[in-house]
Design a protein around this ligand. Sequence first.
Ligand code: PAF
Length: 292
Amino acid sequence: MFAVNFNKIAMPIFYGKAALMTFLKSIENRNTTIGFVPTMGALHQGHLSLMQQSLNDNQKTVVSIFVNPTQFNNPEDLSKYPRTLEADTKKIADLNLDIIIYAPSVDDIYEGNVNSDSFNFDGLENQMEGKFRPGHFDGVGTIVKRLFEIVTPTNAYFGEKDFQQLQIVKKMTQKNHLPVNIIGCPIYREKNGLAMSSRNERLTPEQRNTASIIYKTLNNTSTLFQTKSAEEVTLWVNDVFKNHPTFELEYFQIAEEDTLLPCIEKSVNKKYRAFIAVFVNNIRLIDTISLK
Ligand code: PAF
């Protein structure tokens, strides 16, 4: 016997890993493919597009909803992170009633020891988000590895908005020989270009509107980078944000896609991306664009 809680809309929601693992074992046969979408809830269209991709590719789809404390370096960010399980469940039910939801407690994951494991991501962790959010990627590595061990997915889906996270999860999977394919999915944007994020909910309508400048600026960098150096483009971006006091630019960096090392001198054989983190009234937004 295992405890499965069906909510009013008759979807399987598991609050504990033991019950989920037993259930997955009972439905799996040799050919069952499991797609997995890890989330922290406050679901938006971007998350739903990852779930749709998983539904297209796999026989079963599992979605986790868990605000992972160890990846927050800022306690205020953790306490203000939206927790909307009921609304999230409804959104998932509207998409597909067969999706299996895992919404564990902190104790179910951390068993009384809410600490990160230590990882070596071959330097990927030292750039950008890693510099400005100490310990963040150890927290991400810890939770993703534990979730993979519980769900044992065939394929796992991550948005490219968190491109550094995507590269780090690929590295962690490869180094630990975990048998899961990591699939990066395109960024889902609001009509004005703002990358969808659970944090957008905390913006006022006016901030949300003006935050379109982030994507507009990234698009312009993509054009500028064809003729200018990474340094020149970076100076230009810094000027743009100096003229917009509503926004505080935390970093803008052009980096090589595979290593995430800053681009010092362009090489035709390498793929580059622009990465940006901006504060709008204490709300931190990130975005990225591929530079062709
Ligand atoms: O991208 C996120 O929402 C989180 O970092 C993840 C991958 C669900 C781990 O908590």
